[in-house]
Design a protein around this ligand. Structure first.
Ligand code: GDP
Length: 488
């Protein structure tokens, strides 16, 4: 799978990372998830709450008053863009708008000064922990399996997936274009470009489809980062490839070379330089969107989580973990946006995510790290209330819908608060995985949950005029699992 130099470099990076760690303890926390899962909002809320001493009762070090301060420091990696924390907080807090989502990798160093819980630890610990938060698109992570696949494998699988019933229509144009091309013709830049653009358009259409289909590689076709338009991205699968070696100078040879270049120059360095150095990982998922779309979308989400977990599986045959000793020991699978539900449903959502993660762990044959789950809202945009309807008192959530949101024919102006009855999640987690159950998108029935996009909340002020930090649901549980033990 990999050359000796790759492995040696990973080992060396790990060693130098360790050596640096001796002087200033650091923890690299990866934050990933497919696009729009809530990565940017999560990191902004996490850092804001830690810096401003937010309400985090389940975060033990803070609850027991052992945190002296938390602040941002210069990040250790000069070549990685910085996570634009300040801009995101201005958007969230001042403008009450959701910040711009993740489009590429970025990093932020948060340093925490604390007092160890025991006298023994106090003697030996520096009382300082730097958390390097690495934000990256889940789409890029899903490229890992490509490292074990030849161009012919990749092409064959792409065409097999494209003719599955859910994707058949979306892929039609690209398949028609490909069918008209003979892989053995002379290489031609314009043909390569047309095929690559059409293939990328099909992948993007899957992502935008309301059935919320999860992602297919190559990840940079969806999230190009700074590679947009480069030759490493100007390739596509070709149909009916023979086992014969491609004729030199042919279209197939050109595509094959570019596919290999994508693996060598894009996928491998990304894993070597970023993923192989992580200690902890949070995988954010938009379970509510999948729940609303029905069991087919839940199965699709489960597939994506299985593939993501498989990337972190230690053991032979994995490019990443064969040779690196600094490996991820805790992974949190987190469903965000729980503020769209009444608190009575929070435990139900968590049970559904637990079920999904358990199935993914079993399917990916995953061992080697603790996997936990949480249903949370990094930013709580709603509060709860009740509404009387006849004799019944119904639990509702109250918030300001984003400008242009429509509820029951009414279009909101972004300034008016409203109460909605969000709907219940099923009591039994298994029900949502039952493929024989209703698929709301196809049946045209009402979806399980009423999903309205609310504006971020208005921050409360204390009597002394101090603005409180961003409200959340169970963010403290996530923080405790991800970094709590390093502050013991
Ligand atoms: P990314 O692509 O993973 O970086 O996703 P973002 O963090 O930008 O989140 C995408 C969208 O999801 C945001 O614009 C919000 O509308 C919504 N969102 C994310 N987190 C929350 C949350 O905790 N509560 C609510 N109500 N909405 C959220």
């Amino acid at each position: 799978l990999t050359t000796f130099t790759d492995e040696a470099r990973i080992a060396l990076d790990t060693l130098s990372g360790r050596a640096a760690g001796l002087f200033s303890p650091s923890l690299r926390l990866g934050v990933t998830g497919l696009s729009r899962a809530g990565k940017t909002v999560f990191i902004s809320a996490l850092v804001h709450n830690l810096i401003h001493g937010g309400r985090l009762p389940l975060f033990e070090a803070q609850k027991s008053g052992r945190i002296a301060r938390a602040f941002l420091e210069e990040q250790p990696d000069d070549a990685v863009p910085r996570f634009q924390y300040e801009d995101h907080v201005v958007a969230l807090v001042n403008d009450r708008l959701w910040p711009d989502s993740t489009r590429a990798i970025s990093e932020l160093r948060l340093t925490i000064e604390y007092e160890s819980a025991s006298g023994w630890s106090r003697m030996f610990s520096s009382g300082r922990l730097s958390v390097d938060i690495v934000d990256y698109p889940g789409e890029w992570l899903l490229d890992l399996p490509l490292l074990g696949k030849s161009y012919a494998d990749f092409s064959r699988e792409a065409f097999e997936m494209a003719v599955l019933p859910v994707r058949m229509e979306l892929s039609q144009e690209w398949r028609a274009l490909s069918a008209a091309v003979d892989p053995d013709v002379d290489a031609d830049e314009m043909t390569a470009r047309r095929l690559a653009e059409s293939f990328a358009a099909y992948l993007k259409a899957c992502k935008l489809d309301e059935r919320a289909l999860s992602t297919l590689p190559p990840g940079r076709f969806l999230m190009p980062g700074d590679l947009e338009g480069s030759p490493a991205l100007t390739f596509a699968p070709l149909p009916t490839l023979s086992d014969r070696r491609a004729r030199s100078g042919s279209l197939q040879a050109m595509m094959e070379r570019r596919y290999e270049a994508y693996k060598t120059h894009v996928v491998k360095p990304f894993f070597r330089e970023h993923i192989a150095r992580l200690d902890r990982q949070i995988v954010l998922i938009d379970a509510l969107q999948a729940l609303n779309a029905g069991p087919g979308a839940m199965a699709d989400l489960e597939r994506a989580v299985t593939e993501i977990l498989a990337c972190f599986r230690p053991g032979r045959g994995n490019f990443l973990t064969d040779f690196f000793s600094r490996r991820i020991d805790r992974i949190l699978v987190a469903a965000t946006k729980a503020d769209h539900l009444h608190h009575e449903s929070h435990d139900r959502l968590q049970a559904i995510v637990r079920r999904l993660a358990d199935r993914a762990v079993a399917r990916a044959n995953f061992t080697g790290a603790d996997v936990d789950v949480v249903a949370m809202a990094a930013v709580r945009a709603t509060r709860e209330g009740t509404v009387k309807q006849g004799r019944e008192t119904l639990p509702v959530i109250i918030g300001t819908p984003l400008k242009g949101e429509k509820i029951n024919g009414e279009t909101f102006d972004g300034k008016t608060e409203t109460a909605i009855f969000p709907g219940d999640l099923p009591k039994k987690a298994d029900a949502v995985f039952d493929i024989s159950g209703p698929d709301h998108r196809q049946s045209g029935d009402d979806p399980a949950i009423r999903f309205v996009r609310f504006r971020p909340p208005k921050l409360e002020r204390t009597a002394e005029g101090v603005t409180l930090s961003l409200p959340h649901i169970r963010l403290d549980r996530a923080v405790q699992f991800l970094i709590g033990d390093h502050l013991a």
